[in-house]
Design a protein around this ligand. Sequence first.
Ligand SMILES: NC(=O)c1ccc[n+]([C@@H]2O[C@H](COP(=O)([O-])OP(=O)(O)OC[C@H]3O[C@@H](n4cnc5c(N)ncnc54)[C@H](OP(=O)(O)O)[C@@H]3O)[C@@H](O)[C@H]2O)c1
Length: 301
Amino acid sequence: MGSFPQDRLSKLTLGTVQLGMPYGYAVKTHPPSPAQRTQMFDTACRSGITCFDTAQAYGEAETVLGQWLADPIAETAQPLLVSKFSPVTDAEPGAFVRNAAQRSLAVLGRERIDAYLAHHPEDILDPAVGEALRTLCAEGAIGSFGVSVYEPEQLDKALQIDGLSVVQVPASLLDKRFQKDGLLQKCADHGVTVFARSVFLQGVLLMPVDQLPAALAPAATAVAALQALAAEIGCPLASLALAAVLSMPGVQSAVVGVANLTQLTRNIAAFESMPDQDAANAALAICGSLPLDVIDPRRWT
Ligand SMILES: NC(=O)c1ccc[n+]([C@@H]2O[C@H](COP(=O)([O-])OP(=O)(O)OC[C@H]3O[C@@H](n4cnc5c(N)ncnc54)[C@H](OP(=O)(O)O)[C@@H]3O)[C@@H](O)[C@H]2O)c1
């Protein structure tokens, strides 16, 4: 069964939800213009980012990514693509997934998607969905398959599915649930490729403490301590955040979301100036467990 080509995968993956629809909790940003999006894709590609994360549910994101993939720079680079099928709503889940994959392939203008994930964690547990994904793999329409999860229990169940080889999990300096319970190590032991998302917790980790949304108040002390540590080391907090998440076992790439070109170039620079493992460990030691209401953006009101 297909596995993800880790040897071609960059440590940063560009997330695309922000490029396809209004998104974000702290600031509801609207997608950049088509010209700005092209510039962002080009910049990511030229900076060594070899993978793009998208989904059918991200508004125009899959479409604009597909349009850019026809540009000469993308044609030459042939970046890796991860996409996700929307929650299954059909009485025949297998047919739903096959149709979804055909739509994603057409929109992206590719003959193959490198990883196709269930966006709704429960869907991957449906035997008909697993069967359809294994068939798509065998036919070569997708290179590998997996699931994007929110909670450790969902990952634990998904790891039992035959042929599953890619997962996406939330992970950050404030959210270490998947590392703590050994599930990331289990992924590493089984050769499952792990993409970590929300490494900046939708951007709130990078905000001044006095501007944190009310839901994040219990994290204020930890954020202040992390900012102080970054200042002491002499690196941006984004560098520390990336170093910490990329040091977690099994994590192959951090899926970073950006609202504009400035954030993208800052994050690439932050990646290039990541501090060493001791600094990452010191940062990881700062924050204990936080309530789900704080670390899961779906619960923020
Ligand atoms: N269930 C799923 O599968 C799922 C769920 C969520 C996300 N994702 C994927 O993961 C990607 C990233 O997710 P995310 O948005 O949750 O996480 P994130 O990368 O933690 O946060 C992205 C946000 O952080 C802010 N930001 C980024 N760089 C910054 C910088 N240098 N300085 C200041 N602020 C900065 C921006 O917020 P502002 O707009 O407020 O400036 C940006 O929209 C998405 O694009 C998507 O591809 C998947």
